[in-house]
Design a protein around this ligand. Structure first.
Ligand code: HEC
Length: 144
C-alpha cells in the first residue's frame, strides 16, 4: 500500500515538474538584441522604405532634426532601453509617418525596424523580425 502510494507520488512529481517547465517557457524564450534578431536582406528592404517614407523628417542618417527625434544612438537608447521591441513597433506602425499613420504594410514596418536596429549596430541574425507587436514583445531593447 505504501509502495503504491510512492509510485503515484512519483508520477505526480513528474507531471508537476513538466507543468512548471511549461509555465516558465516564456521567460526562456525571451530574446536579447545581441542574439541577432533580423536579417541583412530585411534591413536592406527597410532602408529603402525608410528613405521613401521616414527620412524626410528623421533625416537620411536617422539623426532627426529640430522637429523629429533621432532614431539612432544615445538619445534613442535613452528613451527605449529596457522597453520591448513590440512597444517600439507599435509606436511606429500606429503613429508613423505622422501625416499618414499606419499607411505601410506590417512587413514594411518590420523591415524598417530591422534597418533601425542595424543602424544602431545591433548584430544581424538568420531569422527575420516578425511583423506583429505580440511576437516582438519578447525581445528586450538593451545595449548589452
Ligand atoms: C512628417 C514627419 C515624420 C515622418 C514622415 C515620420 N516621422 Fe517619426 N516622428 C515624427 C515626430 C514629430 C516624432 C515625435 C513625436 C512622437 O513621438 O509622436 C516622431 C517619432 C517617431 C518615433 C519615436 C521616437 C522616440 O524616440 O520617441 C519613431 C520610432 C518614429 N518616429 C519612427 C518613424 C518611422 C519608422 C517613420 C517612417 C515610416 C517615421 N517615423 C516617419 C515625425 C515624422
Amino acid at each position: 500500500m505504501y509502495l503504491h502510494f510512492l509510485a503515484i507520488n512519483k508520477r505526480f512529481m513528474k507531471l508537476a515538474v513538466g507543468a512548471l517547465c511549461l509555465l516558465s517557457a516564456p521567460a526562456v524564450l525571451s530574446q536579447s538584441l545581441q542574439d541577432g534578431v533580423y536579417t541583412e536582406a530585411q534591413a536592406e528592404r527597410g532602408a529603402e522604405e525608410y528613405s521613401a517614407r521616414c527620412a524626410s523628417c528623421h533625416s537620411a542618417d536617422l539623426r532627426g532634426n529640430s522637429n523629429s527625434p533621432s532614431l539612432i544612438g544615445l538619445s534613442f537608447m535613452f528613451i527605449w532601453e529596457g522597453r520591448s521591441l513590440g512597444e517600439l513597433y507599435e509606436k511606429m506602425s500606429t503613429e508613423m509617418p505622422t501625416e499618414d499613420p499606419g499607411s505601410l504594410s506590417q512587413q514594411s514596418y518590420a523591415a524598417i525596424l530591422a534597418f533601425i536596429l542595424q543602424s544602431n549596430e545591433f548584430p544581424v541574425g538568420n531569422h527575420e523580425l516578425p511583423s506583429t507587436a505580440d511576437a516582438l514583445n519578447s525581445i528586450q531593447i538593451s545595449s548589452q
